[in-house]
Design a protein around this ligand. Structure first.
Ligand code: NDP
Ligand code: MG
Length: 386
């Protein structure tokens, strides 16, 4: 008889967070939600808390603390607020695994603290590995912590590697849907609006990652994520555009054999695998029917039209602080685009400028990374606040 796995779910009110709770609901005998956290969506956090009865909830926005506390007055749930609370809850003895579904660099410090405390990690927050992959993976290794991927491509690779741990990988092949602007040229995309960029053909996700998918930055971040998760050098990581999003990624081995993981585009499957690994539990998710998907196609990414993918790979090749600067500039630029303050091609332009103006350094602590992140964002945002 196995005991329940006790989960701290960071970012429970987002796209991954809500789907994680759908998975948790399916396996009450295996999974117990101990901690739920949100940034500002107090009402959804309260509804989730009433339903899942966690030990603790954290609301990031401290001005909403009283509101949440009052709403959960009759429930036996502790309520905390603020950034420090996120660092405190991941360390608690009642938590076995932390699933990080926070968006952006805000996920960095809580996950680092959880790794230091030896918690198992299910990672959706790819920015953690993009910014500080070396520090995170080394600290995980030193603390005997496994990082289970939630991102669908990395879950696919992880599944392809099952049983192959002694066989060297000759290539990782990460699939990309191509986003809403696949097949278009730069001239056609100069004036696209955020509404157009937010219409992803296959996946329903939070707004930041949806814009990242439209620029192909998401694929660049995923290449960096894969490099750290699987210890595979950039030269051995390829990206192939696969518009149907059925093949979630592939691994080629030394003998030339390629393994792929397939399924409908549904994040609940990789979430479930990360939470219940190594078991494959039965579920009621819709199944892939090949008759309904008779054509699976593959093409090269267009790096001229989508320069963000190239910028990400270059930043990772340079290493040190560069991926942190890339990520910070991207977060700032995507925020500006979502507020209609810049155009679509200003996103790669601002990132390229930020990288060009950076003095190379090698941060060694989370605080150093966060300082670089803050300075990069400030420099970009200041020029738009005048
Ligand atoms: P969403 O924007 O939908 O959700 C983000 C979550 O993080 C919300 O719970 C939000 O709280 C919380 N949050 C936002 N800002 C902060 C902050 N500063 N501090 C603490 N918490 C914060 O994002 P997604 O679920 O789409 O993505 C989450 C992560 O997973 C991203 O890193 C993304 O790249 C990755 N990912 C997502 C996939 C998807 O299908 N959505 C697929 C693969 C990876 P509130 O709601 O209160 O604002
Ligand atoms: Mg992905």
């Amino acid at each position: 008889m196995s005991e329940k796995k006790r989960i701290a779910l960071l970012g429970s009110t987002g796209s991954i967070g809500t789907q994680t709770l759908e998975v948790a609901e399916l396996f009450p005998e295996l999974l117990q939600i101990e901690v739920l956290t949100a940034h500002s969506n107090a009402d959804l956090l309260i509804r989730q808390a009433k339903k899942f009865q966690p030990n603790i909830v954290v609301i990031g926005d401290e001005t909403k603390y009283e509101y949440v506390k009052e709403a959960l007055w009759d429930d036996d749930i502790k309520v905390y607020a603020g950034r420090q609370a996120l660092l405190d809850v991941v360390q608690m003895g009642c938590v076995d695994m932390v699933l990080s579904a926070i968006v952006g660099v805000a996920g960095l410090a809580p996950i680092y603290k959880a790794i230091e405390c030896g918690k198992q990690i299910a990672l959706a927050n790819k920015e953690t590995l993009v910014v500080a992959g070396e520090l995170m993976t080394r600290t995980a290794y030193e603390n005997g912590v496994n990082l289970y991927p939630v991102d669908s491509e990395h879950s696919a690779i992880f599944q392809c590697l099952a049983g192959e741990f002694h066989n060297p990988v000759s290539r990782l092949i990460i699939t990309a849907s191509g986003g809403p602007f696949r097949g278009k040229k730069k001239e056609e995309l100069l004036h696209v609006t955020k509404e157009q960029a937010l219409k992803h053909p296959n996946w329903s996700m939070g707004s930041k990652i949806t814009i990242d998918s439209a620029t192909l930055m998401n694929k660049g971040l995923e290449v960096i994520e894969a490099k750290w998760l699987f210890s595979v050098p950039l030269e051995k990581i390829d990206v192939v555009v696969h518009p149907q999003s059925i093949v979630h990624s592939m691994v080629e081995f030394q003998d030339g054999s390629i393994k792929a993981q397939l399924g409908l585009p549904d994040m609940k499957l990789p979430i479930q695998y990360a939470l219940t690994y190594p078991a494959r539990q039965p579920n009621n998710f819709p199944r892939l029917n090949f008759a309904e998907h008779p054509t699976l196609t593959f093409e090269q990414p267009d790096l001229e039209t989508f320069p963000c993918l190239r910028l990400a790979v270059e930043a990772s090749r340079q290493g040190g602080c560069m991926p942190c600067v890339l990520n910070a500039a991207n977060e700032a630029a995507v925020g500006l685009f979502l507020r209609d303050q810049i155009g679509f091609y200003d996103i790669p332009r601002l990132i390229e400028e930020a990288l060009a103006h950076t003095d190379f350094c090698r941060p060694t602590t989370v605080d150093e990374y966060l300082e670089i992140d803050k300075n990069t964002k400030q420099t970009i945002l200041q020029s738009f606040s005048k």
